[in-house]
Structure formats: C-alpha cells, structure tokens
Design a protein around this ligand. Structure first.
Ligand SMILES: [Zn+2]
Ligand SMILES: [Zn+2]
Length: 491
C-alpha cells in the first residue's frame, strides 16, 4: 500500500471505525460493503472514495437509520460455480461501485461466467446494458433482460419479504456474485453480523435448550465470527457457511429462541487482553474439559482444563485429581457415570471396537511402517503412552513388527478412524500367545474437549447459572464486553 493509500485508509478508519471495508449506500439507502482492496484506486479515485465514504456514513446514518456501529459480515455460500441461480420476489441488480441499479426484476436471475475471449461471440448482445471489457465477464439472464459485465454483482431483494433464495435456502441481506479470477463464480451473502447469528445459533445448539445456554452459545458464535473474520480473505469473504467456520443455515434455520438469545446478548463478545478470544467449543467433554496445549500445539491462557460441574468438582471424584488419583483410576471412572453436567449427553460414555483386521485397514495408509514406504510390517499392538492431567490421551504408540510409530494429541482421533474423543482407555483382547486380536475403546465425550462444553453449559443453565457465569467457567479469566468498546476495527 502506498503512503497515499495508507493515509486514505487511516482517514477512513478514523471516520468509520472500520479498517478493511467501505460502506456506501445504494439508491434505496441499503448499505453496500466493499472490501478495502476493491477501492484502492489510483490518484483522484482514492480521494473520491474517501469523500464517498464520508457521504455514505452521513447518508446511511441520517437517512436510512443504518448505524455505522452495525457490523456487517460476508458469508461465502458457494464457490467454484460455473452457473448460479438466485431469486427474490422483487430485486435490484447493482454492478461494481455503481449506485444506480443496472437491472430491476422479479423472480429468478441466473449468473453465468463467460471468458473475456469469447463473451459475446456466440451470444449476441441482447440488450443495451451489455458491455465488453477485458478480463472475466459475468452474464446474467432474467425476465428483466440479459446483462453482461465484469461484476461483482450485488443482488438486493426488494418488496415486503426482503429475502433472497439460493440453492434451496433463503437468506436475509443481499447476495454478491463475483468472479474468483479462475473462471468460476463465488456467491456471498452480505448481512449484519447480528442477523447472521440468527442463522447460526440453532445450527450449533438445539433451540429447545435453556435460554441461558443459548445466550452463552450466541456470545461464543459472535466472538468466533470476529476472531476468524480473516479466514477467507483470499476468497473475498469473511467466513464460509459450514463446519470449517460455523454452520450457517440462513433464514430457514432461524428460531425465535435463538433470535432472542442473540438480541439479549447484542454485540457481546469474550475478550482476553482486549482481543476476541478463540471461543472453541465441543458437544460434550465427558466430565472434564482439556487444556488447549494438550489437544493442539501451543498453550492458550484462557483455554484450561475445568471440571464439567458446578463449583464443587470433588463431586465428580475425578481420578486424576490429586485427591482421588490413588483411589479412582481412569478406567473405572470412564466405565462409571459420574455426576458431570454433560452426563445426559448421548455421547457422555461411548464404546467402539476395532478388530485387528479393521485396525490394520484404518492404519495402513497412515503408518509408513505398514504401508510399504518404510517396509511392510504387521500391526502388533496399540498402546497409550501419554495422558493429560484432565484424562485425555496425549500420546499413542502404534506398535508394528518393524518399529513403533507415535501419534500425538487430537490427531489421534482421526488417526484411529474417527473416535469421538481422546478421553478413552483401550481394552485389548489378546489370544493365548499374547497376540492382540481386537481393541475396545471405552471413552467419554464428543469433540476435542477444549473450551465450552455445550451439554455442560445447558446443565449449568438448568441449575440456575447465568450465561456470563457459564462462559467464565469454561473460558478462564476472560472478559465479557460489548464488541465496539474493545475491537472497533478489523485488523
Ligand atoms: Zn471456513
Ligand atoms: Zn461436559
């Protein structure tokens, strides 16, 4: 970025409190958010954009009721498409930075990428809105006519429903359709962060759970979104809509209980040292959560092991607790059903068996000693060689006839074909000659075990804990605050 760019950017940040994007109002007063990279123009363009930014803020605040403190988010709905069909009862189509719509129509509109070399060669221009430029070209076809432009296009729903449909789902906000620069289309849903959370919370936690647990999940989801907003920057959006980021199902996955939880925690996030925390969570911990450093590489001060119980952890008789270690080994503790808060989870305790042939099949491609790359050994045994203070397996030996292969931390789960957690003991069945015949995994909980235990959070809510107390139980030493007070700009 040049010095002029930086000054322009700084000016914009100071004026808007937003570092990476620009808000402009469209002709109906709807906010249009553009990534900063798109507005790094040359010469007078930069100054024009800065002036437009100021005008945009004044217009949006004074005439549209849209507050600049309302955080917008860009959610990738689909990428790598050659064709995308979207629809709305009534819509307006905007192109690039234009403030006037290029088309207004009803119903379906199909976007299709055409190359710069032959955009209109085989398809003659069908209307005077067609233009030809070098680079990627997107063609739209709808009842309002044909339009070919480089994009990105923004499809803004009009009329009473204000909803866009794409791939069988309905969405709030507007849709952006753009070229990915590699001959494919990306479809992005642009909407206020708080409305995005309406479509997230019930994908991550059942709407029937206690309101305080739903509020805790709302804060976790909001914090996660802000912490990970750069994850898909290279693809021109903030977060994707599946488990890689957070599952987002749009309008059809909303529920009144989830919406209430989002509204009652409006703009609240968890911070550590003034920054949004890494608010990881899991379905159920099995009785005790885990230090992040025992699951992934690197210690995180607020992601520490905690009993999944009220403030009386001794009720759990936790075996690795120094008080109980001698009397309650981990195996019987797992076979038992101690009174942890996630006890009612269907995965609180689980059992899985791998016969020797099954184990060999699962491990063959992953262990060089078995795959032929370092020899063609035979699997002999699987042994736990490391266990954390919170009970999870941190190191495993895959014993082969030609050597030992070591696996560590959370990689163990996928390595053994998708175990529910690393909180397990192995019951190995041997034949009379001491050869392993089968491995029985007796385990507890579902997920990595770090941060908030969702079922435990619901359990704490049921015994009367408030959402902020629940959050501070699973994330140690964090602060709950309104996001604009702590992180007014994107990095
Ligand atoms: Zn993602
Ligand atoms: Zn738990």
């Amino acid at each position: 970025m040049s010095i002029i760019d930086q000054l322009c950017h700084l000016c914009y940040v100071l004026l808007t409190g937003r570092g990476a994007r620009l808000c402009m109002s469209d002709c109906r007063g709807n906010p249009l958010w553009l990534p900063w990279e798109e507005v790094s123009l040359s010469g007078s363009g930069r100054i024009t954009i800065t002036i437009l930014a100021v005008i945009g803020i004044i217009l949006s605040t004074a005439f549209t009721g849209f507050s600049d403190t309302e955080r917008m988010i860009r959610v990738g709905l689909s990428k790598g498409l050659t064709k995308a069909s979207l629809s709305a009862s009534d819509w307006r189509l905007y192109d690039g930075f234009n403030q006037e719509p290029v088309l207004c129509g009803k119903g379906e509109i199909v976007f299709q990428i055409v190359t710069a070399a032959a955009p209109e060669a085989s398809t003659p221009a069908a209307s005077d809105t067609d233009i030809t430029v070098a680079g990627a070209m997107i063609k739209t076809v709808s009842s309002a006519g044909v339009c070919s432009r480089p994009g990105p296009f923004r499809l803004v729903p009009d009329g009473p429903s204000q909803v866009i449909a794409f791939a069988g789902k309905r969405y709030r906000g507007l849709a952006e359709v753009r070229s990915d620069g590699k001959g494919r289309l990306t479809v992005i849903n642009v909407l206020p962060l708080e409305q995005y959370l309406y479509g997230v919370i019930n994908c991550e936690m059942p709407a029937s759970w206690n309101p305080e647990a739903l509020k805790a999940q709302a804060v976790v989801a909001r914090t996660y979104a802000l912490k990970n907003v750069d994850k898909h920057r290279a693809e021109s959006f903030d977060l994707c809509n599946d488990v890689h980021c957070q599952v987002y199902g749009g309008l059809d996955r909303e529920h009144a209980n989830g919406i209430r939880a989002v509204r009652e925690t409006e703009r609240e996030i968890l911070t550590w040292d003034g920054q949004p925390i890494d608010s990881v969570f899991h379905a159920s911990c099995g009785g005790y959560t885990e230090d992040a450093g025992n699951v992934w590489v690197g210690d995180i001060p607020y992601l520490k092991a905690a009993p999944c119980s009220t403030d009386e952890p001794e009720l759990l008789h936790f075996p690795l607790n120094s008080l109980y270690r001698e009397f309650f080994p981990i195996g019987p503790w797992l076979s038992d059903y101690p009174q942890a808060l996630c006890r009612r989870s269907g995965t609180y305790r689980w059992h899985q068996v791998l016969t020797m042939p099954q184990a060999e099949r699962v491990l063959k491609d992953k262990v060089p000693l078995l795959s032929g790359r370092s020899g063609t050994g035979k699997l002999m045994d699987i042994r736990v060689t490391g266990r954390s203070q919170a009970g999870r397996v941190t190191a495993l030996d895959i014993v082969c006839s030609n050597g030992i292969y070591k696996v560590e931390r959370d990689r163990i789960r996928s390595f053994l074909g998708g175990l529910k957690s690393t909180l397990f003991v192995i019951r190995t069945v041997y034949d009379k000659d001491g050869r392993a015949l089968a491995f029985g995994f007796e385990g507890g909980g579902w997920g990595h075990g770090v941060g908030l235990c969702q079922t435990g959070a619901d359990g704490l809510a049921r015994v009367g804990w408030s959402y902020d107390r629940i959050l501070k139980h699973y994330y140690r030493g964090v602060t709950l605050e309104k996001e604009s007070e702590t992180c007014p700009i994107f990095p």
